[in-house]
Design a protein around this ligand. Structure first.
Ligand code: SF4
Ligand code: SF4
Length: 87
């Protein structure tokens, strides 16, 4: 198991800046949902580089992203193609 980025949607949706999504080096990894008004991370693509944490904390000053062990994510983690949910 390993670290991945997790967005606090409550904080993020109150800021709605989407800044982090332009700096993640992985394609389709951290995106912005217009429906939820929040960024979200596709955890199977996250490489734990923490660039998004730096952008959100130090540049945007929003403190909405934390690194977490993948098996401690608030919303669990669905392993694609298997349907297995780890909570
Ligand atoms: S930089 Fe932070 S507040 Fe802005 S969209 Fe990303 S997670 Fe949300
Ligand atoms: S930790 Fe790196 S790879 Fe993961 S979402 Fe943030 S910027 Fe993208």
């Amino acid at each position: 198991m390993y670290y991945v980025a997790e967005v606090d949607r409550e904080i993020c949706s109150s800021k709605a800046c989407s800044l982090c999504t332009t700096f993640c080096p992985e394609s389709n990894c951290i995106n912005y949902s217009e429906k939820d008004k929040s960024a979200y991370v596709s955890v199977d693509r996250c490489k734990a580089c923490e660039i998004c944490v730096y952008i959100c904390d130090d540049i945007a000053k929003n403190n909405a992203i934390k690194m977490k062990w993948i098996d401690n994510l608030d919303e669990g983690f669905v392993i694609k193609n298997t349907g297995i949910v780890i909570r």
